[in-house]
Design a protein around this ligand. Structure first.
Ligand code: TXD
Length: 311
């Protein structure tokens, strides 16, 4: 059986475990700093397994030793946003938490692939890669699957077409400058910008960019977790089953899209080695401008991180 450790057993971490257990993909370990909480959630979830008929072990711990020998480490530890906060406002607090989680887990699972969720996402993935000195194949940030799913959901609401017929690609950084692509996104093969009138399309793009904030404002405490954890479960399955699935993820750029030394959202092929390939779309002039703007914002946060942590 494969083994997956989820660091941070809060809303996103525990819901990720839930989706993963249903898929019977791996034994699961939940780690959190709160005493008893990951143990309680792990036991409760394991007690559901006889009902749904899945043979996976699920345990919780406050000790990183429990993560020993993991194939995949999922990092969701850290503070979520409150209404009015940007993802970047979380940088100082979460850099410390993610730095610790990355370092401690590597001691017990030197070969693991990391999927990072904690915000500010692109920069936390960058921190994990740099601190742990890992090859770029082994660190992937989750953002694009979620942002694209939000866009797909909004298109489905507008068009009354099955969500399965709708493919969307939201690339760039996981912030307000993310780049929803309308030429590459489509409804049953018809490019979105041909399918929807421009005002409706523009409204969907705006709602997508602010999709995370919309949930934060509704929940008042905490941020989205169902769709984010479904996204990470899809990525995890693609890796463990060596599917070579192309989905938008945050990956470390080494020249792709003209970018260097930055985590950035792009279509990425996921398989057993982790991030197997970054797919480069042909971008038109307008799309290039949006990419550059988004990359500049992510770079700024990477630079702010470098002032906080020696990497
Ligand atoms: O798309 C994405 N990338 C995201 C990112 C989608 C959803 C959530 N996203 C981010 O993940 C969010 O902005 C936060 O930065 C993290 C966690 O969000 P979540 O909603 O799960 O927050 P919770 O419910 O507060 O859970 C965080 C848990 C909580 O139980 C803390 O006790 C724990 O993290 N925590 C720690 N665990 C282990 N080790 C340390 N040091 C630690 N510190 C806090």
């Amino acid at each position: 059986m494969n083994k997956i450790s989820i660091i941070g057993a809060g809303m996103t971490g525990s819901t990720t475990a839930h989706w993963l257990a249903e898929r019977e993909l791996a034994d699961l370990v939940l780690v959190d700093v709160i005493e008893g909480m990951p143990q309680g959630k792990g036991l409760d979830m394991f007690e559901a397994m006889p009902i749904i008929g899945r043979d996976v072990e699920i345990v919780g711990s406050n000790d990183y030793a429990a993560t020993k020998g993991s194939d995949i480490i999922i990092i969701t530890a850290g503070l979520p946003r409150k209404p009015g906060m940007s993802r970047d406002d979380l940088l100082t607090a979460n850099a410390e938490i993610v730095g610790k989680a990355a370092g401690e887990t590597l001691k017990y699972s030197p070969d693991a692939i990391y999927i990072v969720l904690t915000n500010p996402l692109d920069t936390m993935a960058y921190l994990t890669l740099k601190l742990n000195k890992l090859p770029r194949e082994r660190v992937i940030g989750q953002a694009g699957v979620l942002d694209s799913a939000r866009m797909r959901a909004f298109v489905a609401m507008e068009t009354h077409v099955s969500v399965e017929n709708i493919d969307c690609y939201v690339l760039g950084g996981h912030g307000d400058e993310m780049v929803p692509l309308t030429r590459h996104s489509n409804v049953a093969g018809i490019p979105l910008r041909d399918y929807l009138p421009s005002d409706k399309l523009e409204a969907i793009l705006n709602r997508t960019r602010k999709g995370g904030g919309e949930i934060v404002n509704l929940l008042k405490t905490g941020s989205a977790f169902y769709a984010p954890s479904a996204a990470v479960a899809q990525m995890t399955e693609a890796i463990l089953k060596d599917k070579h699935l192309i989905v938008p993820c945050s990956a470390y750029m080494q020249g792709e899209y003209g970018l260097h030394d930055i985590f950035f959202g792009a279509p990425v092929k996921l398989g057993r080695k982790g991030m197997e390939q970054i797919i480069e779309y042909q971008l038109d002039g307008d799309e290039k401008i949006l990419f550059e703007k988004s990359a500049a914002t992510v770079k700024e946060t990477h630079e702010a991180l470098k002032k906080l942590v020696k990497i």
